[in-house]
Design a protein around this ligand. Structure first.
Ligand code: RM4
Ligand code: MN
Ligand code: MN
Length: 425
């Protein structure tokens, strides 16, 4: 199914009057506060969040997987699904591929399919956390960190191949999420594992084209449960620094122990100019990969508050934004639309924070007023502003309502069948 401008116009029609009323009321209030509404809308329109190919199908847990039906079973279908999301909200103009789940067969056809739905290719992701059929050596006990040189070489070669694939599609970054770690004390040497990882990453780094970046994720546990070689932002930052200018730390919201102050991590990384990428999701306990904004919207706002300040006050380059989620109950497409909306809302809230006033109360140590300023922004209902930004970009005033109204999932099931299965997790 392809979403046309007619679809959008017809579904927007009945919403136009009430949307205009809500938006005008909000715009007037924002202008009264001295905010430039047009500029806010432009910033929201420009903010594009990549969709990972693996979030389009139904994920599972280690106990089971319940397919939702109509999943994209080929790369072209995945691209078409991102095209549908982008047509609805004009906010996701790229797809992030995971290799080998998404190895293109016919590059021309893939590039064409993407161009048809006006999307490009975001960072490519390597996978050394699974063994592939016919793989000569196993990653069971690690890949880039493995004590066995030939296994490290295999993992390095895989990452180099991922770069080559990305180059043919126009990607500009390689994201490395290294699962390597240990599940038991004594299983491996921390120092050797880190050293091996550094050396392996160096080799991969040397294969990066001049205009590419390397984004290094971190994660405290899982799939290993005692240690992870890159467990935290500090280790990722250390490696990125050693590697060079093209290496950055990537913050994945689900990759922290509960209650970690992620907004502070963001501030520190931006101060050092090393925040290169961002994976959005929400979590209650661990790497839950839940819908962005569904559990801790205030935390998301505080993170955006730091991001917005970082944009203004540091020279950190604009990070690569991506949703990294896996939905095992909700329709993935609905989940992604909700996630994008939550991200844009948090961004909008951060944009309206009265920064000058906040700085002044910080100097005066007026703690109560500081909270008032932040929460005034957080509690302002900015949904009409986000909707207006999407409408002005040619999208749907209510992307989710339009998605449901057009019965997109039903038509996918008809086209692809009830049991089609997306490659991925
Ligand atoms: C990991 C990590 C990576 C993603 C995989 C599928 O937990 O978040 O970014 O590539 O999951
Ligand atoms: Mn991630
Ligand atoms: Mn993750």
């Amino acid at each position: 199914m392809k979403i046309t401008t007619d679809h959008i116009q017809i579904s927007n029609k009945p919403l136009e009057v009430s949307h205009a009323r809500e938006f005008n009321f909000l715009a007037e209030n924002l202008e009264k506060k001295g905010l430039n509404v047009e500029a806010l809308i432009q910033k929201l329109r420009d903010f594009q969040i990549a969709i990972p190919s693996w979030a389009l199908g139904t994920g599972g847990t280690r106990f089971g997987r319940f397919s939702g039906g109509g999943e994209p079973s080929t790369l072209i279908q995945k691209i078409q699904d991102v095209g549908i999301l982008h047509a609805l909200n004009r906010s996701s103009d790229s797809i992030s591929l995971h290799i080998p789940w998404d190895i293109p067969q016919d590059y021309e056809a893939i590039r064409q399919a993407a161009a048809e739905v006006e999307i490009g290719f975001d960072a490519v992701n390597s996978n050394t956390f699974q063994d592939q059929t016919d793989q000569s050596l196993s990653y069971k006990f690690g890949s880039l960190a493995n004590s066995d040189k030939s296994i490290r070489e295999l993992a390095i070669a895989h990452n180099q191949e991922v770069i080559q694939i990305g180059e043919k599609l126009g990607s500009k970054a390689l994201t490395v999420w290294l699962a390597d770690g240990s599940s038991f004390p004594g299983q491996h040497s921390f120092r050797k594992a880190l050293q091996n990882t550094h050396e392996s990453l160096q080799e991969i780094y040397q294969s990066l084209p001049g205009d590419w970046n390397m984004l290094l994720e971190y994660k405290p546990y899982e799939p290993y449960f005692y240690t992870t070689v890159i467990p935290d932002w500090g280790t990722s930052f250390l490696l990125a620094n050693k590697l060079g200018d093209k290496a950055y730390t990537l913050v994945d919201l689900g990759h922290h122990l509960p209650n970690t102050n992620i907004e502070q991590i963001v501030a520190t990384l931006m101060t050092e100019g090393k925040l290169g990428g961002f994976h959005f999701n929400d979590s209650k306990y661990g790497d839950d990969d839940l819908t962005v904004g569904s559990i801790k919207p205030y935390q998301l706002f505080l993170i955006f508050n730091e991001l917005v300040m970082g944009f203004e006050e540091t020279s950190n380059p604009s990070p690569a934004w991506m949703i990294d989620a896996s939905h095992n109950l909700k329709d993935p497409m609905e989940d992604l639309l909700q996630s994008v909306e939550a991200i844009k809302l948090a961004y909008a809230q951060a944009l309206i924070v009265d920064r000058k006033a906040l700085e002044a109360v910080q100097d005066e140590q007026d703690l109560g007023q500081g909270q008032e300023i932040l929460q005034d922004a957080f509690r302002t209902d900015l949904r009409p502003l986000v909707r207006e930004s999407i409408r002005q970009s040619g999208g749907a005033i209510s992307p989710i309502q339009t998605y449901k109204g057009l019965k997109v999932r039903e038509s996918q099931i008809k086209e692809r069948g009830k049991d089609s299965k997306a490659s991925g997790l």
